[in-house]
Design a protein around this ligand. Structure first.
Ligand code: INI
Length: 154
C-alpha cells in the first residue's frame, strides 16, 4: 500500500507565522502562501496570520499554536540573510532546528518556509522572482502533509 498526500482542497484551519525582520521579503512569502492556500480552496476565514519579531521567535509560537489542536498545519515564514558576523548562523540554526522540534513536539505539520540566504538578491529571487516563491511552496507542502496524515492508518 502506498500512502501519499494529494493536493485536493484540505479541511481545517491554517496559520502562517511570519517574521517581521526582512519584512520586504517575508511579505512576499506570506502573499505566496495565502495565494497557494486560496487556490486550493482554503477560504480566508480559515487562514490566520501571526507576526513575530524575527525568525528566531518562530519556533516557540509554532509549537504553542500547533499544540492548541486548532490548526491542520502551521506554516513558518521568515528570511535570514548573512551579514558581517556569525549572527546569521545562530538565527538560521535556531529557527531551523526549532521549527523541526516544534513539529515533532506538537504532532502537526509545521512547515519550514524560512529563507536562509547569502544575499538579499538570493532572497528576492526566492520570494516571487527568478526562483519561484518559497512561501507558495511551503503552503503547497502543508496541504500535501495535511492530506497525507488524513490517509495514514490510525
Ligand atoms: N531575524 C531574521 O528573521 N532574519 C535575519 O536576517 C536576522 N538577522 O540577520 O539578524 C534576524 N535577527 C533577529 C532575530 O530573529 C531575533 O528577532 C532577535 O535576535 C531577538 O531574539
Amino acid at each position: 500500500m502506498l500512502y501519499e498526500g494529494d493536493f485536493s482542497s484540505p479541511a481545517g484551519r491554517f496559520v502562517l507565522i511570519a517574521a517581521r525582520f526582512n519584512a520586504f521579503v517575508v511579505d512576499q512569502l506570506t502573499a505566496g502562501a495565502i495565494d497557494a492556500l486560496k487556490r486550493h480552496g482554503v477560504t480566508d476565514d480559515r487562514i490566520d496570520i501571526v507576526r513575530v519579531p524575527g525568525s528566531y521567535e518562530i519556533p516557540l509560537i509554532a509549537q504553542k499554536l500547533g499544540k492548541t489542536g486548532k490548526y491542520a498545519a502551521v506554516i513558518c515564514l521568515g528570511c535570514v540573510i548573512r551579514g558581517d558576523t556569525d549572527h546569521y548562523d545562530h538565527v538560521a540554526g535556531a529557527a531551523t532546528s526549532g521549527i523541526a522540534n516544534a513539529s515533532l513536539n506538537c504532532g502537526v505539520p509545521v512547515i519550514f518556509g524560512v529563507l536562509t540566504c547569502e544575499t538579499l538578491e538570493q532572497a528576492i529571487h526566492r520570494a516571487g522572482a527568478k526562483a519561484g516563491n518559497k512561501g507558495f511552496e511551503a503552503a503547497v507542502c502543508a496541504i500535501e502533509m495535511v492530506n497525507l496524515i488524513k490517509k495514514l492508518p490510525a
